[in-house]
Structure formats: structure tokens, C-alpha cells
Design a protein around this ligand. Structure first.
Ligand code: HEC
Ligand code: HEC
Length: 372
């Protein structure tokens, strides 16, 4: 098992890069020192040891779940059925507002990205699911009728997941489905598989025999429509800004950012600047489907791998601030900002916490619809 670890790590790094447009971290002197103390531990611990040390308390010694805090089972095949991304993100960023905390070192957790990747791969392997990325169609949105989904939810799901998707209570064994971070990191197909396939051996039964495919699709669409928070009643799907409309608050004052390491803006400062109506361009460098799942309002989807020429032509080169972000947290946005700086755009920054950090910190998010 241990001998396969390096290839698993490579696989996980690849999956994360392909799926979410975020690769390894950009090392800085600061985080190198910060993590030095942990390094010895990290090199010598196997995923199985990490599991016992950090997870067994709640998820149970044998990953069966429900040892404490109503933590779900981690030994079901369905959990890994659309690839490692959802469990990887749950472990890294947690489910804010529930007992599931963020384990990523950058958010104050005890584990490195590689360690978490190896742990997710190990969890999957343990239940006999070959660790994999989402696959070509794993990120396709599931279209459905939101209002039908709302009714089906109240009739079939609310008893366990809570009328407002709060879950996790004494009498409600279900997880928190209204959790913006869960929704921002769980593709539609992951939600669909949980509903249609159930989670074997847990209270989550399969609904494949009681609900039609269309009804299950509607439930997924309804859950997705809660991505801005359960109470956001009239969800407006935003469309990508048109090229002549990419500058936010064109009449506003420029933001006054103090950048970390000359490149990074903190989520708190970005949120404040947006609330104050400061003028800027926001660039979402992830794979576009992630933009559709949840994004920072007003951002333009310009994936890190695109030629970006059209977008560059539309960008004002007059000192307007350009802030780029990706998923977790910086590699793709870093590469875009490095390119922009080479082209002479000086007022550029990367969101330090990335999108997943932004949503985990509770800042507002929007849900989008890509043009056909
Ligand atoms: C203090 C208790 C606790 C600890 C410790 C804990 N978890 Fe969790 N975990 C939870 C709870 C509770 C949830 C469900 C939260 C929700 O969404 O309602 C959860 C959810 C998850 C999920 C998402 C499951 C799903 O159904 O989508 C994964 C994956 C996960 N945890 C993995 C881990 C791993 C791996 C560790 C150790 C590194 C860990 N957890 C440590 C309590 C815990
Ligand atoms: C009898 C209680 C119960 C009912 C009814 C129920 N669920 Fe669940 N659901 C659960 C539990 C418990 C889990 C976590 C199972 C595990 O993995 O351990 C879960 C997990 C899920 C997940 C995975 C969420 C995550 O955090 O990863 C989704 C999605 C879901 N349920 C949707 C639904 C929908 C939609 C309905 C209604 C059609 C429904 N559930 C009905 C108990 C229930």
C-alpha cells in the first residue's frame, strides 16, 4: 500500500489540477518556515494513520460513520462515485457551520494538500473504488424543475435534512444540504448520485425506485438553487458579463489594497472593496462549470488555460484593478496574473484564500448559467 503512495499523489495532483484549475501551491519563504515543524510528521504518517489520528473520533474507527456528531459514513462507494473532488474538498475546507472543520493547513488545519489528497485516495481505495477525477461528463450540470424539486424536498427529504437544509440535529440524521460550501464544492452529479444511489448502510436510502429520473433531476436543481443560502428566495442565475461590461462599478473609486507578498489580496479586503462599490475587474480562472456552480458576483469566467485574447482585448489598461481567483487556492489565478503583469497590467492581484476559502469564510456567492 505504502509503495503506491507516490503514484497516488501524482494522480491526485493531476485530478485537482484538471478538475478545478488549481495545482500545487506557490511556495513562499513564510509558508516554508511555517510548515517546517509539521514536515517530519507529515512525511512519516500514512493515510491510514492520519485517518485514525484526525478522523476516527467522529467518522468511526472503521469509517462506518456516526461515532460522534452524527458524522456520515466514509465507507460507502457512492461517496467516491463521481471522483475524489467532493471528499477532497470536504476534508480541505470543511462544512462551515457543522462539526466538520477544515483540515487544510492554510485554514488552520493540521494537514497539507498532498496529505489530504492521499487520504481521499486511500478512503476511496479502501471501499474498492479506483481513485479518479470527475471524468469528462462528471461536471455536467443536471437541469431540472426547481419548483417541483422544492415540493419533492419538503415531502421526502426535510424530515432528515431539515426544512431549511440545516440537517445534523438530534432527530435529523441527514447532512446540511443548504450549506453553501458543500454546494460550491459538490458537482450536480455528486448530489444526484447520493439521491439515486443512496449511501449503502446509512439512513440515506436510494430514491431510484420511489422517484423518477426527472424528479431526482428536479431535486438536484432545487438544491443547486440554494447555493446562495437557503433563504435566497428568488434565485437569479447570473450570466457571464459581456466583454463590454467586464468592469465592475465603472464609476467607483479604485480599491486601496495592501497586497501580501506583492501579489495577494485577502478575502476580507476584497469583500470590503466590493461592498464599497470600488472599480475593478474580477476574473474567475477556474474551469467554467465551477463558475456556474458558484462564483463571486460580477466575475468573468476566463479559464487559466484559455488564450484569453478576447478578454485581454476588452481589458482596460488604464490602471483599473484586476483581481483573479481560482478554486483552492492560487495556482491557476497566479498563472493568469503573472501573464497579465508581463503584459504591463500592474494593478493585479490574486485572491489569497481562493474561491473555496471565500465561500468557507461565508462571503456572498452567486450561481451562474453559462451560455449554450
Ligand atoms: C468533530 C467531528 C468530525 C471530525 C473529527 C471529522 N469530521 Fe468529517 N464530518 C463531520 C460531520 C458532522 C460531517 C457532516 C457535516 C454536514 O455536511 O452536515 C462531516 C462530513 C465529512 C465529509 C463529507 C461526507 C459526505 O457525505 O459528503 C467527509 C468526506 C469527511 N467529513 C471526511 C473527514 C475526514 C477525512 C476527517 C479527518 C481528517 C474528518 N472528516 C474529521 C464530522 C467530523
Ligand atoms: C431517513 C433520513 C433521510 C432521508 C429521508 C433523506 N436523507 Fe439524504 N442523507 C441522509 C443521511 C444520514 C446522509 C449521510 C449518509 C452518509 O453518507 O453517512 C444523507 C446524505 C445525502 C446527500 C449527500 C450530502 C453530502 O453531504 O454529501 C444528499 C445529496 C442527500 N442526502 C439528499 C437527499 C434528498 C434530496 C432526499 C429526499 C429525496 C434525502 N436525502 C432524504 C438521510 C436522509
Amino acid at each position: 500500500m505504502y509503495r503506491t503512495a507516490p503514484s497516488l499523489l501524482a494522480l491526485v495532483a493531476l485530478i485537482v489540477l484538471l478538475v478545478s484549475g488549481c495545482g500545487g501551491d506557490t511556495p513562499t519563504a513564510e509558508n516554508a518556515t511555517a510548515s517546517a515543524a509539521e514536515t517530519v510528521d507529515q512525511i512519516h504518517s500514512t493515510p491510514a494513520q492520519d485517518y485514525q489520528r484526525y478522523c476516527a473520533l467522529c467518522h468511526g474507527e472503521h469509517r462506518e460513520g456516526y461515532a460522534n456528531d452524527n458524522a456520515p459514513a466514509l465507507n460507502t462507494q457512492t461517496l467516491y462515485g463521481v471522483g475524489l473532488l467532493p471528499p477532497y474538498m470536504a476534508i480541505s475546507y470543511g462544512r462551515p457551520g457543522t462539526p466538520m472543520g477544515p483540515y487544510l493547513d492554510e485554514l488552520g488545519g493540521p494537514m497539507s494538500r498532498d496529505q489530504i489528497g492521499a487520504l481521499a485516495a486511500w478512503l476511496s481505495t479502501e471501499v474498492g473504488v479506483e481513485p479518479a477525477g470527475a471524468g469528462p461528463d462528471g461536471l455536467d450540470p443536471v437541469p431540472g424543475d426547481i419548483s417541483e424539486g422544492r415540493e419533492l424536498y419538503a415531502a421526502n427529504c426535510a424530515e432528515c435534512h431539515g426544512a431549511n437544509g440545516e440537517g445534523g440535529g438530534e432527530d435529523q440524521p441527514g447532512t446540511a444540504l443548504g450549506n453553501p460550501t458543500m454546494l460550491a464544492t459538490s458537482p450536480d452529479k455528486f448530489l444526484r448520485l447520493a439521491i439515486a444511489g443512496g449511501r449503502e448502510g446509512t439512513p440515506m436510502n436510494s430514491f431510484a425506485d420511489t422517484l423518477s429520473d426527472t424528479q431526482i433531476d428536479s431535486l438536484v436543481a432545487f438544491l443547486r438553487s440554494r447555493a446562495q443560502g437557503w433563504d435566497a428566495s428568488d434565485l437569479q442565475y447570473s450570466e457571464p458579463p459581456t466583454l463590454d461590461n467586464i468592469v465592475l462599478n465603472p464609476q467607483g473609486d479604485p480599491p486601496e489594497f495592501t497586497l501580501k507578498d506583492g501579489r495577494y489580496v485577502m478575502a476580507k479586503d476584497l469583500n470590503e472593496a466590493l461592498e464599497q462599490g470600488r472599480k475593478m475587474v474580477l476574473v474567475d480562472t477556474r474551469v467554467p462549470y465551477f463558475w456556474a456552480m458558484a462564483h463571486i458576483e460580477g466575475s468573468s469566467p476566463v479559464p487559466y488555460y484559455s488564450s484569453q485574447q478576447e478578454f485581454l482585448d476588452a481589458l482596460p489598461n488604464d490602471g483599473t484593478w484586476i483581481v483573479a481567483y481560482c478554486e483552492c487556492p492560487r495556482a491557476a489565478a497566479d498563472s493568469s496574473v503573472i501573464k497579465l503583469r508581463e503584459l504591463g497590467y500592474e494593478n493585479t492581484a490574486v485572491l489569497w484564500e481562493g474561491y473555496a476559502g471565500w465561500s468557507a469564510l461565508g462571503y456572498p456567492v452567486a450561481v451562474g448559467r453559462l451560455k449554450e
